[in-house]
Design a protein around this ligand. Sequence first.
Ligand code: NAD
Length: 363
Amino acid sequence: MKASIAVLPGDGIGPDVVAESIKVLHAVSDRFGHEFSLKTAEIGGGSIDKYGDPLPQKTVETCNDSDAILFGAVGGPKWDDPTNNVRPEDGILAIRKSLGLFANLRPVKVYPSLINSSPLKPEFLEGVDMLVLRELTGGLYFGKPKKRWNTSRGRRGVDTLKYTEREIERILRVGFELAMGRRKKLASVDKQNVLESSRLWREIAVEVSHEYPEVELEHILVDNAAMQLIRNPANFDVIVSENTFGDILTDEASVLAGSMGMLPSASLSTLPGSNRTKKVSLYEPIHGTAPDIAGKGIANPIGSILSTAMMLRLSFGMADEADSIESAVESVLSEGYRTADISADGGDVVGTTQMGDVIAGQI
Ligand code: NAD
């Protein structure tokens, strides 16, 4: 099969981890006889420096002409001045919005060999296997008004948390569908005791649940969800939440897996199997540009590599190929290879490229 992939490495450790994903893709194409046509394009802070634009039109065209997008991360202290009128993050937000990538799937798995890399006690981590579904194109990150201004009584800032019925219903429906393919438990996260948009969210969750009688629906307030993720993480199957809550909860959940560098994600405009003609999906690790370790060659590429496995499975229907990547990651970890962020239990500490080499070598 021939597949075209837009590669958007971005800033900081983005290019480092994406390079290892490409190495693994080459190993997959050698073993399974596929041809991947890769086109690299610019996004983020580097693109602002060159073109004054975090998402140049050429990048948009490359993405639109591709079957899938492999993204690294954007941002960094160099572009953090709050008075700037363009920010690197605007580039990725605009791609998500323009491609309608409203469903962000973030699987959280604890590898038995990494149980001691997490600060949590091993007994809390046994059996953790959850999927966090984050709404990605609505809520606080996109709602208008969004601005700062000066008043006679000082500076003011506003962001708007707004959701339409359609936006809530479609993400909840994806949540129920995903739960049907798993352990049939859906935890819907909200803050309905305070927020009006959450009260609407909960009401719609109940309505949609009538179409999925086999799925056990639980409503959970976001503050309680943050606690339960640490106290009883194995209890979760699928978690569905609005944009900001999902962003925060998955960073927290990464502690279960040992590091931010471990978690992959897929951003979709529709579930695989549904009959939409053009479906460009985007795959990225959940972490950012990690300015504190950028340029040191020590970033963990596993989140990006596992995102590549998700791309093969969800965009190209290559289940065996995706399995081969996931098994390679599992066996490399059980053989004791560790990047610095997951080396609490010792092991053989390797850099970014070596980790990519050993994983690619096992495909
Ligand atoms: P971050 O995810 O970049 O880093 C948080 C911590 O996790 C850091 O200590 C970092 O060293 C560590 N870490 C992250 N990825 C790692 C990896 N692969 N291997 C080893 N350690 C890793 O979050 P941050 O520090 O809050 O943000 C830094 C920049 O990234 C900011 O400019 C932010 O806006 C941007 N960001 C971008 C995205 C994106 O492009 N999707 C997502 C999150 C943050």
